[in-house]
Design a protein around this ligand. Structure first.
Ligand SMILES: [Ca+2]
Ligand SMILES: [Ca+2]
Ligand SMILES: [Ca+2]
Length: 353
């Protein structure tokens, strides 16, 4: 967590504390909170107006009872399946000791990194039970309810500029399988992008431009030239300068090994681009230079690093099983934006664990 975020959390906690102290010293507090049932909570809410996904906060709730006689157990129950995983209580065992009127409960909220932006609402029910004896058959005597209202916001809104790539867990199902190796964009959220891992049930979360380089470092697999050359080139996504104007940009020629200032490296009358695209060798007259479609299919969606050359990076488009060179980070961002599929918030919710 960043220093600023700590500070922010601290001030939020302080603000909550001040609010609670004010409530505590309000003259009619005890009366108001415990009048009807002899059992009350304050404040009757757990809320955060601006929580960044993956982060959390703590809030204290004061539970009060009118009858201070005996030891009594208190149960806290979250009614929302989603929020159940976000919320824990401290202490884990809640009870009023004999003679005690007040019980402080710390509500810890920790949102998952893949929490959807927007409002997340539910209730926590606090109820009082006898601590010992015949709990079976004894109903919950008294209860009180706290509203949960947590607003998940985009991290960028609070000036978080050192975002590293994040990993989220995905479901292991056919919907995820169909999206493997693809980039997804959430246009109905903040336009954040995810790369679905080609083999594992995880996705990388790309918040801004700083996240693209770490993704390549983390995910790109090394491949030797012999195998790489067997993956067809995607001629519809050539970028950069083509000095000899043979149709192959200089970067691609350097990766293949053809001459960047000679449109016909082997001088057989057929240009370098023409030979590559028709699966002939640009180096040897009349020699074939076959691609391997099965290999290409197996590597679809992968990010590859050409280890024997200059460490060029490639993306294998999952739709065409053709390779696209990534010349630098800004080019990668362009490629990702070109290939990213939009996903609705509803469907996004279905693929994440
Ligand atoms: Ca060229
Ligand atoms: Ca050439
Ligand atoms: Ca030639």
């Amino acid at each position: 967590m960043k220093k600023e975020t700590y500070l922010l959390s601290f001030f939020i906690a302080l603000a909550i504390l001040i609010a609670m102290v004010n409530i505590y010293f309000a003259p009619d507090f005890q009366k108001k909170e415990t009048d009807a049932s002899g059992f009350g909570i304050s404040p009757p809410y757990v809320q955060s107006e601006s929580l960044v996904a993956g982060e959390g906060f703590s809030q204290r709730i004061r539970v009060l009872r009118g009858d201070t006689g005996r030891k009594q157990k208190v149960v806290a129950r979250v009614d929302s399946q989603e929020l159940l995983d976000w919320i824990s209580f401290k202490p884990e065992e809640l009870f009023f000791a004999e003679g005690e009127r007040t019980l402080w409960v710390t509500v810890n909220v920790k949102s998952p990194v893949n929490a959807l932006n927007g409002e997340h609402q539910g209730y926590v029910y606090f109820a009082i039970l006898p601590a010992e004896g015949n709990t079976s058959g004894v109903g919950i005597n008294l209860g009180a309810r706290a509203d949960i209202d947590i607003n998940i916001i985009d991290g960028r809104e609070i000036g978080d500029d050192t975002i590293t790539e994040k990993v989220i867990q995905l479901n292991n199902d056919t919907m995820v399988d169909k999206l493997r190796g693809r980039f997804l964009i959430r246009p109905y959220s903040k336009g954040e992008i995810y790369y679905i891992h080609p083999n594992l049930d995880i996705a990388y979360y790309l918040v801004d431009e700083n996240d693209f380089r770490p993704l390549l470092d983390e995910v790109a697999r090394g491949i030797d030239d012999n195998l790489l050359m067997k993956i067809p080139l995607d001629e519809t996504h050539f970028f950069g300068i083509d000095t000899d104007e043979d149709g192959l940009p200089d970067d691609i020629e350097m990766s293949i090994g053809t001459e960047i200032e000679n449109p016909d490296t082997d001088g057989d009358g057929f240009g370098d681009y023409e030979e590559i695209m028709s699966e002939f060798s640009p180096f040897q007259v009349d020699e074939v230079f076959e691609t391997d479609k099965i290999l290409a299919e197996n590597l679809a969606g992968e990010l590859l690093l050409q280890v024997e050359n200059k460490g060029q990076l490639w993306y294998i488009d999952p739709s065409s099983a053709k390779r696209i060179m990534i010349s630098d980070v800004s080019n990668f961002i362009d490629i990702v934006k070109t290939f990213a599929l939009g996903i609705s918030e509803d469907n996004f919710g279905k693929i994440v664990k």
